[in-house]
Design a protein around this ligand. Sequence first.
Ligand SMILES: [Zn+2]
Length: 352
Amino acid sequence: MPLLARMLPAPLTMQVRRGAVVELGALLADSRVATSGRVAVAVGPGQGDHIESLIAPQLDEAEVFRVADGSVDAAVTLGADLRKGAYEVVVGVGGGKTIDATKYAASLAGIPMVAVATNLSHDGICSPTASLVHEGGKGTFGVPMPLAILVDLDFVHNAPKQLIRAGVGDVVSNLSAIDDWQLGNTERGEPIDGLACSMARTAAEALIGRTDSIESDAFLTVLAESLILSGMSMVVAGSSRPASGGDHEIMHAVDQLFPGTSNHGELAGIGAAFCFFLREDKARVTQVVDCLRQHELPVVPADIGLSDEQFAEAVALAPATRPGRYTILEHLRMQDNEIRDRVGDYVRAFGR
Ligand SMILES: [Zn+2]
């Protein structure tokens, strides 16, 4: 018999709601997640005490570990603790750094991981990658996707607003990444995965036209779903292609040249707007810029404290940050003076 369908890996459960941390015990009682009750919980340094006090009454058997930071060292230390304790599952509760370190630790220990996100700053909460800091800078490591994903809106409401808004930039950048993938397909014959594109695009389209913002539970729910769907599109694609194009190359270049300038999602958002400007896609660039403004996200270099010249330097370096990935930047192969002119035109068109 021919193949009837392709099987897709997906989390066992996905919940976006208030009170997810308080009711974590119910999920861990699910025998598909843990049978013997040997559960480890990993929390970050910031909110660790608070989270531990919330989960202690429901998980008296669980051992709680502190993850120092989002470094490879912290993840390796946790991985060794998990192996020693012969745990069945580890629950990572926190923001991106804690979740990424826990994902990597779980893969080292060979056990599944449950992600409980308290923040919505980027699409790593359910992706098959962990972004961790090491001696040489920042690296991306392939890991299994979480077995279950929970987003606690109570925590999200209390997280720094700037970080929640950043998630919007990361999701919207999918639209630019998909155009880049399409370009790679047309120009270079690179295989493209229609299902991965549809998931990544749907995630962005669900968000971009909304008139509410991060104060509303309804908006945060869609933002969380979009970030999770983006992560799953990368699982389907087997790479970050549907959610990372020239937009993310510019982000990586800014990170390398001017570390600490801004966060992942904010830079991805600016990168996406600038890439649509380069494509001369007037409708999309206007739509993306309007969306960034609506959520108080940066649009032009000055909004993140960079001069036009510095941003142009980052655009010039961008293709080298991701060798082999064909995007609008590799396609146009602009010289430095041309890049400076285009950045100038962009700022004149969209600066305030
Ligand atoms: Zn991203």
